[in-house]
Design a protein around this ligand. Structure first.
Ligand code: PRX
Length: 631
């Protein structure tokens, strides 16, 4: 890497190897983005070609209309890399958490057979095209098999993160109407065995699930006896590929609908160009497949590109703080993709932790999920990347299906804390409240023709789809809910969410979701949850709840924490619960969450005269001040 001012450029050697070397690609693609994406799509395998590239009837849009394909055909028998060439290659490297358990390597051929067996098993159970099937699995090879098997037969996978609670699982299963759930008996996390089966049995209560497929970790699968041949189902470009739930402003999670054609094209090409996948690469994306990053970059994208993808069951710092670094060295990982929260944790453990590790094979590093601060970027670049690897700070969302903003490794430029340039063929804008190009910072939007992989809807909730993404600006402008600014070199910097979504250790949560959980406590009727900055986790949820009863406060606080863990999961666990007499409100009764955050941050509060109860502020200042002193 070469440094010029505060920009970094790829070294000549990296440039030579990269798939994209000429920056003309950006201007060419933008001349006619639809044509550009069609050209890319043509390289993939289709049973029959599309009749029309793009159709826009705001807010709805479609890509590759009338085209027929199947993502698993593109991964297996019709892989662009050539099936005969990749058949015997490693597709999946599974690293279990306990150090005394063996790594499992699965070839493309073996994975294909497993997928077809599982597909036949599902078919026998009556699972058909379009059926929604829940997956509640930890990071074990079977999660990959199950997802691909469902895709093979045209069923819709709805993966629920295994650390979500039974209540959270139930809400998602109810929304999808799934009749089948695929789950496992248990898994390891930080040395503990987690009883997933018990959680699943609890979660399927009051849902339509009739059949629970139970996978026994490390033992024979239920589909072992099935035939290992199952033809792919021909899928229309706009048929549902999967539903994945994510948090929005209100309590109820949103089921993002992704479709077969566009998702396939975006997953393949963004991986190829952004991570610069080459046949010998070993890619490790640390995200759990329960999140979109895991869907697209731990599974679909590397497999579509015919390379090896590594998945690791456990915590990155368990059993030793540099477990992640040991995995990189041991398995000769060439491309490593993780979240800033993990990078900050690695950095906190300090350089000593890395002294045994060489990172000789690493050539590209990625970051995703939250803004990465400059000092963590530099640390990642120097200590892990040894000043050789470009840092791809990739911006995207559950909704976008694949990365939309990131500089390309053969072109750059890279600048700490900036995500880089929009991917070729992607048009973004930064607008002010009125919809005019912002002078400095504003709201990040995506302009037509959007991206082939952008969500097509929120499952069973058209109104919310309209309201969340398409109503802030005039017709046909996708609102991301992120604030951003342009750097003078055309690079985009993401400033964070403008709605009530917070990121806790990279996990997307809505404060409204937490508030609903807190308000379900019999003694609480009103509360506010805010995200407080944290050095490692990015943000932590703090609860302010109105309580005037006589019970011991500590007890209520504990009950509230337990409730949030029960309703959402331990990842949402509040850092602190303040039981207060009142919360600052507007005259129309709206709680002013911003004031709570400003008090915490020690900001000047400005004019409080518009509040219905300005007296509430002093008491909160005292409570927060006392708590901070006690830290
Ligand atoms: O606020 C942005 C932030 O994560 C949000 C999307 O979260 P989720 O749907 O969970 O998907 C995360 C992984 C794709 C965005 O609206 N975000 C994502 N990537 C970045 C980011 N913020 C800053 N820099 C990024 N690279």
């Amino acid at each position: 890497m070469m440094k010029k001012g505060n920009l970094y450029y790829p070294a000549e050697e990296a440039k030579k190897k990269a798939w994209v070397k000429d920056k003309k690609i950006y201007s060419d693609a933008l001349k006619d983005p639809v044509k550009f994406w069609e050209k890319l799509a043509k390289e993939l395998f289709w049973f029959s070609p599309w009749k029309k590239g793009f159709e826009h009837k705001p807010p709805h849009f479609k890509w590759f209309l009338g085209g027929k394909t199947n993502i698993t055909s593109n991964i297996f028998e019709n892989n662009l890399a050539g099936w005969e060439k990749i058949k015997q290659k490693t597709a999946l490297i599974w690293v279990p958490e306990p150090n005394n358990e063996k790594t499992r390597k699965v070839t493309y051929d073996a994975l294909f057979k497993e997928v077809q067996k599982c597909a036949n098993y599902l078919k026998k159970l009556g699972v058909k095209k379009g059926d929604r099937v829940g997956i509640y699995l930890p990071i074990i090879p079977e999660i990959v098999v199950a997802m691909l098997a469902l895709a093979r037969i045209g069923a819709v996978h709805c993966v629920v993160f295994s650390a979500f609670s039974p209540d959270a699982l139930r809400i998602r299963l109810q929304d999808t109407g799934a009749k089948v759930l695929i789950t496992a008996d248990n898994y390891y996390r930080k040395g503990k065995i987690i009883d997933l089966e018990a959680q699943a049995r609890e979660g399927v209560k009051q849902t339509k699930v009739k059949k629970v497929i139970l996978i026994k970790r490390g033992r024979n699968n239920p589909w072992q006896k099935e035939k290992d041949f199952c033809p792919p189902r021909s899928m229309d470009s706009e048929d549902l590929q999967f539903i994945l739930y994510t948090s929005g402003s209100t309590g109820k999670p949103k089921g993002c609908m992704h479709v077969c054609g566009g998702y396939l094209v975006q997953a393949y090409w963004t991986g190829k160009w952004i991570f610069d996948f080459h046949p010998q690469d070993i890619f490790w994306c640390t995200s759990d497949p329960g999140w979109i990053t895991g869907h697209t970059y731990a599974i679909y994208s590397p497999l579509l590109n015919g390379i090896a993808t590594l998945i690791y069951e456990g915590a990155l710092d368990w059993p030793e703080p540099n477990k992640w670094a040991k995995i990189i060295d041991k398995h000769k990982v060439t491309i490593f993709y993780t979240a800033p929260t993990a990078i900050r944790m690695f950095k906190r453990y300090g350089g000593d932790v890395l002294s045994d590790n060489k990172f000789n094979y690493l050539r590209i590093l990625g970051s995703v999920g939250e803004p990465i601060d400059e000092s963590s970027w530099i640390w990642y670049f120097e200590k892990v990347g040894r000043k050789k690897c470009p840092i791809l700070d990739t911006w995207w969302q559950t909704e976008t299906g694949g990365i939309l903003i990131s500089s390309l490794p053969g072109l750059g430029p890279f600048r700490p804390a900036f995500t880089g340039l929009p991917f070729p063929g992607i048009k973004v804008g930064i607008l002010d409240e009125k919809g005019l190009p912002a002078l400095r910072e504003g709201n990040l939007v995506i302009l037509a023709p959007f991206a082939p992989g952008l969500l097509r809807g929120i499952y069973k909730d058209e109104e919310r789809y309209m309201k969340t993404y398409w109503s802030q600006y005039p017709k046909g402008t996708y609102f991301t809910s992120d604030a951003a600014l342009w750097g003078k070199d055309g690079l985009v910097r993401i400033l964070g969410r403008v709605d009530d979504v917070i990121k806790v250790a990279g996990h997307r949560l809505a404060t409204g979701e937490l508030e609903e959980a807190v308000n379900s406590h019999p003694d609480i009727t009103e509360c506010a949850v805010i995200g407080i900055p944290d050095e490692i986790k990015g943000e932590l949820p703090f609860v302010f709840a109105i309580y005037s009863g006589k019970r011991v406060k500590e007890e209520i606080e504990k009950e509230i924490i337990d409730l949030v863990r029960k309703k959402i999961g331990p990842i949402a666990s509040p850092q602190k619960v303040f039981l207060v007499g009142d919360l600052p409100k507007t005259r129309s009764g709206k709680i002013m969450r911003r004031i709570l955050k400003d008090i915490w941050l020690g900001k000047k509060l400005g004019d409080l005269s518009t509040l219905a109860n300005p007296g509430s502020v002093n008491k909160l200042e005292d409570a927060i001040g006392n708590f901070k002193k006690s830290l």
